[in-house]
Design a protein around this ligand. Sequence first.
Ligand SMILES: C[S@@+](CC[C@H](N)C(=O)[O-])C[C@H]1O[C@@H](n2cnc3c(N)ncnc32)[C@H](O)[C@@H]1O
Length: 397
Amino acid sequence: MSARVLLNPGREKSLLRRHPWIFSKAIKKVIGKPVLGETVDVFDSQGKWLAKGAFSPNSQIRIRVWSFIQKEEVNGQFFLDKIKSAQNLRQHTIAEANLTGYRLVAGESDGLPGVTIDVYENIISCQLLSAGAEYNRHLIINALETLYPEHSIYDRSDVEVRKKEGLELTRGWIKAPSDNSPVATIQEHDVKIEVNVETGHKTGFYLDQRDSRRAAGRYAKGKSILNCFSYTGTFSLHCAKHGAKKVVNVDVSDTAIELSKKNLQLNDISEEQVEHVQADVFKLLRKYREQGTRFDMVILDPPKFAESKAQLNGACRGYKDINMLAMQLLKPNGILLTFSCSGLMEASLFQKVVADAAVDAKRQARIIERLQQASDHPIATNFPEGYYLKGLICQVD
Ligand SMILES: C[S@@+](CC[C@H](N)C(=O)[O-])C[C@H]1O[C@@H](n2cnc3c(N)ncnc32)[C@H](O)[C@@H]1O
């Protein structure tokens, strides 16, 4: 029999709304001795069964719910069914966008807390970030092997957040391809992108910005474009394919820039049309401002500035700074594509920061489109934390 966890009075409310996290303070008593990641049954203070989830004794999020159905077993069939339904959810996206790279499982939003699974052509790259995901690793991998028998599988669970769960960081092949190559070439609309699952960011690539990259392409024709935080240059591939006059990619990472140059070759785009600058965006934007260098369009896709609530104020300052500078670099009637991937920064706050930036830049900005993470990164309504990536397209007078 599995261990039983009793909640404090009134602490069942979020579970009744099917939110999948139970914080340590909500727990009154643990009956039994569950090991790290083991499935436990959760009851309200009156002894009524509520849910079953993975126990994580080291984390503030003490339990992550697998199921709200009492008779559902958390076994091989459970993971197979969850991954199959995640697959079904994505069928139209894959077909419509001509994709060979997509997020197959987006953690809590697909009912699998702590599990991220991305498909890059014939390589599956996964992150098991919670104690429960790790405890059930073999069942998750078995399910993937059943559903994707031809694919190799790479483990990118080398993320710091595992330490909060009492887990070590892991990385490497679970099922290696015959040539041992960690490189895949994915198709995204009419663009080809090389992804390295061993050295790339996250599971290898930023699949979540697919729709925004396409949107950038729609505005690109005939424009001079500054693509800040360009990583492997994929915003620029879409812009160049759609007739941009000139694009400048800026990133601090030399390996990202190397891969960006390879992506140009893959897509028959010249280094005259898309050039690279290895620099700190904060410094380069100031330098361009001083030099009087101006652009028709600026893209700002920075890394996460806020990892915790304590960092939110500092993050706002950082976003305001780059947005102000970007607006100052825009020619009249310029286009700004600006993003925040900090989940803690709500959409309304991000919009306010961009508004403040416009005031400081002494420019009139108008929001003409709102963007968010692509549809293979769904936002379950019972898990609003799943909404992390926000974007605005602004026209700046
Ligand atoms: C969110 S990723 C960009 C993803 C990219 N736009 C795409 O669609 O694939 C952020 C990038 O910012 C780069 N970066 C982080 N801090 C930077 C800085 N201060 N200046 C320039 N690049 C930076 C990282 O190397 C990383 O490639």
